[in-house]
Design a protein around this ligand. Structure first.
Ligand code: PEP
Ligand code: MG
Length: 573
């Protein structure tokens, strides 16, 4: 028996026999070519075939009756965009031209250059995009070399797949009826392969180096997708232990599946919206997989980060449209650019500041740089013709900023109208309540907007004067402080007095105790990381609004953080 630890990529326990799968695609020949134009044509032909193949794959996924398949199509939409990206195409052609090498070699060189750029990024999600570059290149190489990945035969019995790397294109074809789970030697938690595994419910562990050297076809193996542990040739008592764990997991999953697509309602029928926070377009797929009622916060700044130039209107429009189409009629709140603070944008060259969290941030930049703001507003409006989009302005501190932002939206609408471009004329506009001044005058701002979303992450930092990034003051960054509870209660009351709805999209929303408290206070929407939705929804189903209201009243009378903390713990143990 031998234990190996990897990165847990998709929960679940699999016990079965190993099937090793190896890729031969890197065994291509690099040679000098005579005719550069012919070689470029060879590349372009392979590109055409790869695009046709992707189009067919996307169409069949979108037409599928399997909800999971239709959601995953967005990942291949992104592959199609990458394959059509002039940067990629010109890069490969340029290498053929400059180095007189065959298309395979030029693709692999270009692949490694681009993958290295992604792998050097400081954001894990962006680092994982290198795997997508490798996937599209594999697709091209397949057509050029006629070599394919060793695919396990469909009629094989069930097994655990062990492979060096698994591309999304391979993962999408995996049949959960035969694949008990998979383990790869490389990869990360946020790779598309991991996202697909989670969506398809296939347990997976990634990043176990040189595992292929340790296993042979037919070996018994245990894969624990929760902890990332893999056990080779387990003994009888380990097998018995993991069989019990697998049974418990199956029961937990069955219980979660029951709430996944159930309405977000308390025991006595009070409904609120349980939405997802996302930062990348593809994460909408995950939100759907966890049964989100909508997207409560799309942090659009991630489109601006980690790239050399600002995203164009077209680029943004495609991203927003992808999200809203993936959400299939459910509402999507797109927050306008929120940079500054801990988020920097290389292409903007923002000045260094002594106190970036108190500085040139978010709406302050947008109102100052109307070119940037208008581009984004036009892109959001254009996407609103394809589904239910709401706009949200971040870091609002005064009525004036709301009125200014609304003016720019009116200008963006006018310009589209003149160009005859469709959009939702009655698109809802709301603001983040994350600066105490806005919370205090919520009753003054409410008539100007359609909704509020309380950003507790910043609201705590500004109310408590405790930098959310500074470990030394973590104790001061206190969500249990009566000032926080009071501000949230005031904002909810102010919104409702003016007939507006109000949500919470900061991290507090995903804490089951606070979520219950907020429901008791009358919150209309809670937005959180997708997996938290299941826990919060399951909790809601056990509680009644009447009880939660009573509890909220008790909590609002408490005067210290300790008392609030204790009562939350005691009420929900
Ligand atoms: C917040 O401040 O609570 C929030 C949701 O926004 P961000 O974490 O992106 O600042
Ligand atoms: Mg914030």
């Amino acid at each position: 028996m031998k234990k190996r630890e990897g990165i847990p990529a998709s929960t679940g326990i699999a016990i079965g026999q190993v099937k090793r799968v190896q890729s031969h695609l890197d065994e291509y020949l690099c040679y000098t070519i005579e005719n550069r134009e012919d070689e470029k044509l060879r590349f372009l032909r392979a590109l055409d075939v790869a695009l046709e193949e992707l189009n067919a794959l996307i169409a069949s996924m979108r037409a599928s009756s399997d909800e999971g398949q239709t959601q995953l199509a967005a990942i291949f939409d992104a592959h199609r965009e990458m394959l059509q990206d002039p940067l990629f195409i010109d890069g490969v052609k340029g290498k053929i031209e400059a180095e007189a090498i065959n298309a395979e070699a030029a693709i692999v060189n270009q692949r490694e250059e681009l993958a290295a750029i992604f792998e050097a990024m400081d954001n894990d999600y962006m680092r994982q995009r290198a795997a997508d570059i490798r996937d599209i290149c594999q697709r091209l190489l397949t057509h050029l070399t006629e070599k394919k990945l060793d695919k396990p035969a469909a009629e094989d019995d069930s097994y655990i797949l062990v492979t060096h790397d698994l591309h999304p294109s391979d993962t999408v074809t995996l049949n959960p009826a035969h694949i008990l789970g998979f383990i790869t030697e490389i990869g990360g938690k946020n790779s598309h392969t991991a996202i697909m595994a989670r969506t398809k419910g296939i347990p997976a562990v990634v990043g176990i180096v040189q595992l292929l050297d340790d296993v042979s076809d037919g070996d018994w193996i245990i894969l624990d997708g929760e902890s990332g542990t893999v056990i080779l040739e387990p003994d009888e008592s380990t097998l018995t232990h993991y069989r019990q764990l697998a049974e418990q997991f199956a029961q937990k999953k069955a219980a979660q599946n029951q709430v996944r697509f159930a309405p977000s309602r308390t025991k006595d029928g009070h409904q609120i919206e349980l939405a997802a926070n996302i930062g990348m377009t593809e994460e909408a797929t995950t939100a759907m997989a966890y049964g989100a009622d909508g997207i409560g916060l799309f942090r659009s700044e991630f489109l601006y980060m980690h790239q050399a130039t600002l995203p164009s209107e077209e680029e943004q429009f495609i991203a927003y449209r992808n999200v809203v189409q993936t959400m299939k009629g459910r509402p999507v709140i797109i927050r306008t650019l929120d940079i500054g603070g801990d988020k920097s944008v290389a292409s903007m060259d923002l000045p260094h500041e002594e106190n970036p969290f108190l500085g040139y941030r978010a709406i302050r930049i947008c109102l100052d740089r109307s070119d940037l703001f208008l581009t984004q507003l036009r892109a959001i409006l254009r996407a609103s013709a394809f589904g239910k989009i709401r706009i949200m302005y971040p870091m609002i501190s005064s009525l004036y900023e709301v009125q200014e932002a609304k003016k720019w939206l009116a200008i963006a609408k006018d310009s589209l109208r003149k160009e005859g471009i469709a959009f939702d004329p009655s698109i809802e506009q709301g603001i983040m309540i994350e600066i105490p001044s806005a919370a205090v005058i919520a009753d003054i701002i409410a008539p100007e907007v359609d909704f509020f979303s309380i950003g507790t992450n910043d609201l705590i930092q500004y109310t408590m004067a405790a930098d959310r990034m500074n470990e030394k003051v973590t104790a001061y960054y206190n969500p249990y402080h009566p000032a926080i509870v009071r501000l949230i209660a005031q904002v909810i009351q102010a919104a409702h007095q003016h007939g507006k709805w109000v949500g919470v999209c900061g991290e507090m929303a995903s804490d089951p105790h606070f979520a219950s408290l907020f429901i008791g206070m009358g919150i209309d929407e809670l937005s959180m990381s997708p997996p938290a939705i299941l826990t919060i929804r399951a909790n809601m189903q056990q509680q009644t609004l009447a009880d939660l209201q009573k509890f909220a009243q008790q909590v609002s009378a408490l005067t210290t953080s300790e008392a609030i903390y204790d009562s939350l713990q005691a009420a929900f143990h």
